[in-house]
Write a protein of this length. Structure first.
Length: 211
């Protein structure tokens, strides 16, 4: 009888230890899973709030459109040059001779400053979007964007196009060149963003004075 009792007692003890350990492990696993989900959803919620706060400002839309306008410069031509002997397409990346086998009129390095300025303006607009909590900095960035875009427009129309026209002796055609309007579109959106940011800054200062 003692042997049977001892056997049952040992079996019960082993079962109890195994059951408790299994439940503790399962509880820890559930707790870890809960902490992970809680942390994950808190991070997502925080990002969502931050993104919503950024999007609610109208200057974010203006800056996004300015960025898109500059980015599209790399997809659309600025001007086209047609003649009986050849066709040239002028874009932000350079002048391309469309006649197969014909040499290019300019070295590609000639257009590098224009590419650098365009990329710089796009990055400036993108950086300004995420500085929505620093309105004075945003004002400076958008002002810099305005001047840089004006410099780009002047470079295109008063430096590069006259230089190309003189070199190949062909008058530019702008009818089918969507890209020629994009720098002007970017400039308008930079100005609108700058004004919207200044308006927000005035409202914040007025509210601070009332307090």
């Amino acid at each position: 009888v003692h042997f049977i009792y001892t056997g049952y007692a040992e079996t019960f003890k082993m079962f109890f230890k195994k059951y408790i350990r299994w439940n503790i492990s399962r509880s820890l696993a559930y707790f870890s899973l809960f902490i992970f989900h809680f942390s994950f959803y808190n991070v997502i919620f925080a990002i969502q709030i931050k993104f919503t706060a950024m999007i609610q400002r109208i200057q974010t839309i203006y800056l996004s459109l300015a960025f898109a306008a500059i980015a599209l410069l790399f997809a659309f031509p600025l001007a086209q040059f047609f003649s009986e002997t050849g066709t040239y397409i002028f874009s932000i990346t350079g002048l391309k001779n469309m006649v197969p086998g014909e040499p290019e009129a300019f070295n590609s390095m000639v257009f590098l400053p224009m590419i650098i300025v365009a990329v710089g303006i796009a990055l400036l607009a993108l950086y300004a979007i995420f500085q929505y909590k620093k309105r004075p900095l945003q004002v400076k960035l958008t002002s810099a964007g305005v001047f840089a875009t004006i410099a780009l427009i002047m470079g295109i129309f008063f430096l590069y196009i006259p230089m190309i026209e003189k070199k190949i002796n062909i008058v530019p055609n702008y009818l089918d060149s969507i890209g020629v309007y994009l720098p002007l579109v970017a400039l308008i959106f930079f100005v609108m963003a700058n004004r919207a940011i200044k308006r927000d800054e005035k409202l914040v200062r007025s509210a601070d004075r009332l307090r």
